[in-house]
Design a protein around this ligand. Structure first.
Ligand SMILES: [Zn+2]
Length: 282
């Protein structure tokens, strides 16, 4: 009896270790992602699919016209990432297209009012039907070319692929602010897009500290400001340290070196000091 209890305790410790440790997460990650994708395939088994070499798009059959363009654009984005970042996509990326805001909300159990045009989660990409955020400014039937142009330049594909790339490369070895910084920077570089509102203008708002961003990114009340700061800080690092150094940093994260240690080795000072340096000159 005593031995059984000890075994149970031991196994519990192993489970806790696997769940919380960085090593544990990187071992468990492929299994969790595989499970998530199997569940989604089951959930949406009545939907249709388009298969391309790098992506598999699952969508409700009535969105066939949107799906054709989205699958095309997604394949192009995946290829761009492979060329620009030397990334080999070994297994096609699963993308799910949701017909409206409420179905996307239901998938993630979000509160009413929460919405997004795209989500990266556990190895897959989830997209909201672009007609929902285009707000009838353009009709796919009447002007498919213009629809595609808007989806390409304002759609969430580059942002979500950036999350996917970083996650697959480093197996999640980064804090939340960093992946949002990187994804926004990719959008900025490829599409020239920046998220700017009066809520995140640093001239009128007191900035969050690095500690705030690092510890509670998703819980900060002014999300626009949190996103803006992370993006500007990352852009400053690219401008001052250079792309090669960022690449080197990502390779170190991929090797499993803890984020703060890799930063210090790559950029010569703790992250918080780099952040304060950026803040001082901004
Ligand atoms: Zn994001």
């Amino acid at each position: 009896m005593k031995t059984t209890a000890r075994w149970i305790r031991f196994l519990l410790w192993v489970a806790v270790f696997l769940f919380f440790s960085r090593q544990g997460i990187s071992w468990a990650q492929p299994v969790m992602y595989e499970g998530n994708q199997l569940l989604d395939d089951l959930r949406f088994h009545q939907w249709a699919t388009i298969r391309k070499p790098s992506v598999i798009l699952t969508y409700p059959p009535r969105l066939a016209d949107q799906a054709t363009i989205i699958a095309d654009e997604a394949e192009k984005t995946a290829r761009e990432f492979q060329t620009n970042w030397g990334w080999q996509i070994k297994r096609p990326v699963h993308i799910y297209l949701f017909p409206d805001r409420s179905s996307l909300r239901k998938r993630f159990g979000w509160e009413p009012g929460t919405s997004a045009s795209g989500v990266y989660y556990a190895g897959s990409i989830y997209l909201l039907n672009p007609d929902c955020w285009m707000n009838q400014t353009v009709s796919l039937k009447e002007d498919p070319w213009q629809w595609r142009r808007i989806f390409h330049s304002q759609g969430p594909l580059h942002h979500e692929f950036a999350h996917l790339y970083l996650d697959r490369l480093t197996k999640g070895n980064f804090p939340r602010w960093y992946t949002e910084a990187f994804a926004q920077w990719v959008e900025y570089r490829t599409l020239g897009y920046e998220w700017r509102t009066k809520d995140n203008d640093l001239r009128f708002h007191r900035p969050y500290s690095y500690r705030d961003l690092d510890r509670s990114f998703d819980r900060l009340p002014n999300q626009a400001l949190a996103y803006r700061e992370s993006f500007l800080f990352f852009r400053y690092m690219v401008q001052t340290a250079g792309h090669e150094q960022i690449d080197r940093f990502h390779r170190m994260l991929a090797e499993g070196i803890p984020f703060d240690d890799a930063w210090r080795q790559c950029f010569g000072r703790p992250v918080e000091q780099s952040f304060d340096q950026w803040l001082k000159q901004s």
